[in-house]
Design a binder for this molecule. Structure first.
Ligand code: NAP
Length: 180
């Protein structure tokens, strides 16, 4: 637990969006462990006070609360499948953009590992994280949504929970994926 009695957070994926999420968590005073496939992106966050993890497994073991922001559904499985045995009893907040079908698959997969799961669709660009007007639409566990609201509120001013994953219009101008 951090000084303000909030749980420590481990963040997997420090790309443009994951890095922005991690920076906001650090600025919020949370104990934050970070991991990225390419180590160079870890160094910048470590310079801001994050605890670097050498492996995704080390990151997961560091914290009860995991934030995942990878490229897509496949990359989430590429990172988490080999360490699935570490997830029991932990909470996964996945902010990777996926389709509703993929979000449901990940929720069911996480449940089989014994992990609680919340899925978020970010309606912002990285520069908007921690600023007014950004929003995230969450689905999955309402309990996680309410329990970790103080973390979610570090990222955006409008966090909304809906019972099931929904299809979102893509808000990212450079995204070329045709999500279904
Ligand atoms: N950027 C936006 O404006 C925006 C807005 C809304 C939602 N999102 C969503 O946020 C997510 C992250 O976007 P981003 O902008 O941060 O993308 P990004 O800058 O391209 O970063 C992608 C991240 O995924 C990692 N990654 C990709 N494939 C991997 C694999 N097979 N194994 C392990 N790690 C892998 C990359 O690691 P490396 O550093 O090693 O390559 C990097 O950390 C996406 O799902 C995106 O749709 C982004």
């Amino acid at each position: 637990m951090t000084a303000d009695h909030e749980p420590a957070v481990a963040i997997l994926g420090l790309g443009a969006m994951g890095g922005a999420l991690a920076t906001a968590v650090l600025d919020g005073g949370r104990t934050t462990t970070v991991w990225n496939r390419s180590a160079a992106r870890i160094v910048a966050l470590a310079g801001r006070g994050a605890i670097p993890a050498e492996t995704a497994r080390d990151a997961v073991r560091s914290s009860p609360l995991l934030v995942v922001c990878l490229f897509d559904h496949d990359s989430v499985h590429a990172v988490l499948d080999p360490i699935a045995g570490e997830l029991a009893g932990r909470t996964v907040i996945n902010l990777t953009t996926t389709t509703p079908v993929e979000a449901r698959e990940l929720a069911e997969w996480a449940a089989r590992q014994g992990a609680a799961y919340l899925d978020g669709g970010i309606m912002a660009v990285p520069a908007m994280i921690g600023q007014p007007d950004a929003s995230v639409l969450y689905s999955g566990s309402a309990d996680i949504f309410h329990q970790h609201r103080s973390l979610l509120d570090l990222w955006v001013t409008a966090s909304t929970w809906v019972p099931m994953p929904v299809r979102l219009p893509c808000m990212t101008w450079h995204c070329s994926r045709a999500c279904t």
